[in-house]
Ligand binder design. Structure first.
Ligand code: A3D
Length: 316
């Protein structure tokens, strides 16, 4: 183990994202994982399979599967991916209600069994679900964080690296706003080893990368036909978990609770955050253009509409 303390990580939801997150956690030896789901046998089967991969992949972290929330007792961190995907004929509001009820139930259990944990929400619609979790958990805002910007900026990094034929590791990007078509990718804060891409690529190529980033989730859904992306979302959630548990002070875009930042109040939105052992240790305020600020506020309007939807249905 590279980390001195043996952490306990609850991966709640053992579907595509949850199981991949469990895999990345143990491969990184970030801690012992408890995989939890409502479907009997699913988390147990995946946990056993991951355990049996241990001797080959060379990890000693434990993975166990359960349908009983009691087993998450004392977890240091929870990654919540439980939820339903939107099915044909289901409205956004119906999905909001169904996942809202699931997240509310899970928060009850986290509060009961892991009251000191840091919680990373992945379930969609992300910015609304993480706001709901914050309200239901009653934890300090720095301990309730949404995963989206990390994924959106990873997608943009990948597209820039592919376009320029450079290492993915050399590319840094920043994406603000809500997770969806209204997100705000920032080309001016996108660099290759410190060189702004605005000096490396023509405007039309940058515009195309920004557009592909905005539609990144949809591009994968269209290819897969059933289900949505899971490798990159899981990797992003585990990147955040690593920054927190190892107190790395990493600057990553995350959905954080805003109290006046960027002119927004009492809302969760994607902003640059310093992640360390306390969770979101600082929200960074960047200088952004008037156009980007206005897109951020448009994006906030969508999130507020979702929050109102939950209130109308008595979930919040
Ligand atoms: P999927 O493979 O369907 O897994 C979801 C799992 O949640 C299933 O195994 C369910 O049985 C389980 N579940 C349902 N209710 C409960 C409950 N009450 N307690 C525990 N488990 C439960 O979906 P997925 O893993 O592909 O995606 C999971 C969620 O993440 C969805 O809401 C996706 O939309 C969301 N997601 C978000 C992003 C972001 O970037 C924010 C990216 C990818 C997926």
């Amino acid at each position: 183990m590279t980390n001195a303390k043996r952490f306990k990580i609850a991966c709640i939801g053992a579907g595509n994202v949850g199981a991949s997150a469990a895999q990345y956690c143990v491969e990184e030896e970030l801690g012992d994982v408890v995989l939890t789901d409502v479907v009997e046998g699913l988390p147990q089967g995946k946990a056993l399979d991951l355990t049996e991969a241990g001797p080959i992949r060379g990890y000693n972290s434990r993975v166990t599967g359960t349908n009983d929330y009691k087993d998450i007792e004392g977890s240091d961190l929870a990654i919540v991916t439980a939820g339903l995907p939107r099915k044909p004929g289901m409205s956004r509001l119906d999905l909001l209600e169904k996942n809202g009820l699931i997240i509310s139930g899970i928060c009850e259990n986290i509060k009961r069994y892991a009251p000191d944990s840091i919680v990373i929400i992945v379930t969609n619609p992300l910015d609304v679900m993480v706001y709901l979790a914050y309200k239901k958990l009653g934890f300090p805002a720095e301990r309730v964080i949404g995963m989206a910007g990390c994924l959106d900026s990873a997608r943009m990094r990948a597209f820039v690296a592919l376009e320029l034929g450079v290492s993915m590791k050399n590319v840094d990007t920043m994406v603000l706003g809500s997770h969806g078509d209204d997100m705000v990718p920032l080309p001016h804060y996108t660099t290759v080893s410190g060189i702004p891409i605005t000096t490396l690529l023509p405007q039309d190529r940058i515009d195309a990368i920004v557009e592909r980033t905005r539609k990144g989730g949809g591009e994968i859904v269209a290819l897969l036909k059933t289900g949505s992306a899971f490798y990159a979302p899981a990797a992003s959630a585990v990147r955040m978990a690593q920054a927190i548990l190892r107190d790395e002070k990493q600057l990553l875009p995350c959905a954080a609770y805003l109290m006046g930042h960027y002119g927004l109040n009492d809302i969760y939105m994607g902003v640059p955050c310093i992640l360390g052992r306390a969770g979101v240790e600082r929200v960074m305020e960047l200088e952004i253009s008037e156009a980007d600020r206005s897109s951020l506020h448009t994006s906030a309007g969508e999130v507020r509409a979702g929050i109102d939807g939950l209130k109308e249905r008595g979930i919040l």
